[in-house]
Design a protein around this ligand. Structure first.
Ligand code: FES
Ligand SMILES: [Fe+2]
Length: 316
């Protein structure tokens, strides 16, 4: 067990403690789980993922119940069971274990988890987490433009802070939103609710060669509105551009779901899903280009890269 184990395996919610894996978290792009097993980690807790004989993804705790060898270093047997590479105990997707040297042994099961494969990712939760709590939906009129993952060298609360304000836009992002002068013209609304926060910024879009690809123009009003929820921690940002004189909305709206998954006490995985709604036939013809542009812009530099060498308080 290393120093990160067990540091943050629960969230405190309204006075009660619930396991962090009570909620679905995206953990790995589907394409990254091939024939062999893989390790993922949520809040210091390690899991071994693999695909069983039918190609279905499965997950168990990444510590063999026999002598704690990491099952992610094991192998997938021809029958689809995950075998430990120390003494060969092997497990199915329910965590039911078998010892090759003592097949009669009954106490060799391990903890198993639910894996759901959606939006090109593997999502992990406790086995009894209801499917109805799955945290990402396909919004009406929106198409998935792209997705990607990035590991931030910052704890969850610092990463979340970066995704809770837009004052950094002129200094971090190469295109998005306002420049430094525009900062003083921002309209802001923020509201906290029991289960979420809602924020809106609106201000002048800076000039850029990228704007025509998005159906926007220099001088447009750019609006970023988002909702942050905590079960699991994620924020959904919606970007609009408007004609500043008429208030008419430009043809492209993007909606980006950012899942912030604590890996260790000092690192946070971001798994990001970018959707777009294209409201004009002309721009629909350019959909692959518009999707590539929105994904490129969405994957631009983030503020935590500017502060990554700092030392953070880890237990706020
Ligand atoms: S440690 Fe896994 S079988 Fe012994
Ligand atoms: Fe940013």
């Amino acid at each position: 067990m290393d120093s990160n184990d067990g540091w943050f395996q629960a969230y405190a919610i309204r006075g009660s403690i619930v396991s962090v894996t009570r909620f679905f978290h995206p953990v790995l792009a589907s394409r990254s789980l091939k024939k062999g097993p893989a390790r993922v980690q949520i809040a210091g807790q390690k899991f071994a993922l693999w695909r069983d004989g039918s190609g279905r993804a499965a997950a168990v705790a990444d510590a063999c119940p026999h002598r704690k060898a990491p099952l992610s270093q094991g192998r997938v047997r021809p029958d689809g069971r995950l075998a430990c590479n120390y003494h060969g105990w092997h497990f199915d997707a329910e965590g039911s274990g078998c010892s090759p040297s003592q097949p009669e042994l009954t106490r060799c099961d391990t903890a198993a988890y639910q894996i759901v494969e959606k939006f090109g990712y593997l999502w992990l939760s406790e086995r009894d987490t209801p499917a109805s709590t799955f945290p990402l939906t396909r919004w009406h009129g929106f198409d998935l433009a792209g997705s990607f993952s990035t590991l931030f060298q910052a704890p969850l609360h610092v990463a979340l802070d970066n995704f809770s304000e837009d004052e950094h836009f002129p200094f971090v992002h190469f295109f998005l939103g306002w420049n430094e002068d525009g900062l003083r013209q921002l309209e802001f609304k923020g509201q906290n609710y029991g289960d979420r926060t809602e924020v809106l910024y609106r201000g002048p879009q800076r000039a850029s060669v990228w704007l025509p690809l998005l159906g926007a123009r220099s001088g447009d009003l750019f609006q970023n509105e988002w909702v942050t929820r905590f079960d699991p921690v994620r924020a959904v940002f919606t970007f609009h551009w408007f004609d500043p004189k008429t208030g008419v909305e430009r043809p492209l709206v993007t909606r980006t779901a950012v899942f912030m998954v604590p890996q260790t006490e000092t690192t946070t995985w971001f798994h990001i899903f970018i959707f777009s709604k294209i409201g004009s036939p002309f721009y629909r013809l350019l959909k692959p280009l518009v999707h590539a542009t929105t994904t490129l812009i969405g994957s631009g530099t983030c503020g935590t890269t500017r502060i990554g060498s700092c030392t953070w308080p880890t237990h706020p």
